[in-house]
Design a protein around this ligand. Structure first.
Ligand code: FE2
Length: 181
C-alpha cells in the first residue's frame, strides 16, 4: 500500500507524540517540514491548491487531539496579535511568503497593557515557525496567494470559544493593547 506525504506526516507525528518538550516540538516541526516537501503530483495537494479554501481541516487526531488546518491567504491579509491559550503550534508555509512577528506583553504599574514586538521573520515556502503556549504573534501575508499549514496541539476553536483562553489584541493610538471591551 502506498502512502502519501499527509499519511506520513500523521504517522510520524503520532509516533513522537507526548508532553511538550524541546524534542517533541523539534520532531513535530521536522515532520511538518517533511509535509512541505510533498510533490504537487500528490492529488490531495493539487486539490488544496485548486480549492484554495480560506480554512480547511486536513486532520484531527482522535487519540491525541492535535489538529492540522490549512489556510489559503491573499497578499495583504493581516491577522492581528493573539495567543493560542494553552496550545502550542507550528505555522508552515507551503506557498507564498508570510511575515510572522512575536510580541511580549508588558503591563504598566497602573495595569495598562501594551505589546512590544520582539522580532519579525519572513517565512518562505519550506519553512516553519514554532509558537509555544502564551506566545503572542501576528501574521502578514506579503506574497500571495499563499498556503499556510497551521498545526496545533489542540483544537483552537474550543480553546477560544469554549474555554475563553485565547487573548486578542487591538491597536489603539499606534499601540497594541488588550482587545476592545
Ligand atoms: Fe495564531
Amino acid at each position: 500500500m502506498t502512502s502519501n506525504a499527509l499519511d506520513v506526516f500523521i504517522e510520524r507525528t503520532r509516533s513522537v507524540w507526548g508532553p511538550l518538550t524541546t524534542d517533541m516540538a523539534t520532531n513535530c516541526r521536522a515532520s511538518l517540514e517533511g509535509l512541505l516537501q510533498a510533490p504537487m503530483s500528490e492529488p490531495w495537494l493539487s486539490a488544496l491548491h485548486a480549492e484554495a479554501s480560506e480554512t480547511k481541516e486536513l486532520y484531527r487526531d482522535p487519540q491525541h487531539g492535535f489538529v492540522l488546518l490549512v489556510h489559503a491567504e491573499f497578499a495583504g491579509l493581516y491577522r492581528p496579535p493573539h495567543d493560542h491559550g494553552r496550545s502550542w503550534g507550528i505555522y508552515a508555509v507551503q506557498k507564498g511568503e508570510i511575515e510572522m512577528a512575536t510580541y511580549a506583553r508588558i503591563e504598566d504599574p497602573d495595569g495598562k497593557v501594551r505589546l512590544v514586538k520582539r522580532d519579525e521573520t519572513l517565512v518562505r515556502p519550506g519553512q516553519s515557525k514554532v509558537f509555544l503556549p502564551g506566545d503572542i504573534h501576528d501574521t502578514h501575508c506579503v506574497s500571495g496567494p499563499a498556503l499556510l499549514y497551521r498545526f496545533t496541539e489542540r483544537d483552537l476553536k474550543k480553546e477560544d470559544k469554549e474555554e475563553h483562553r485565547v487573548t486578542r489584541y487591538a491597536e489603539r493610538d499606534g499601540i497594541w493593547t488588550v482587545g476592545l471591551a
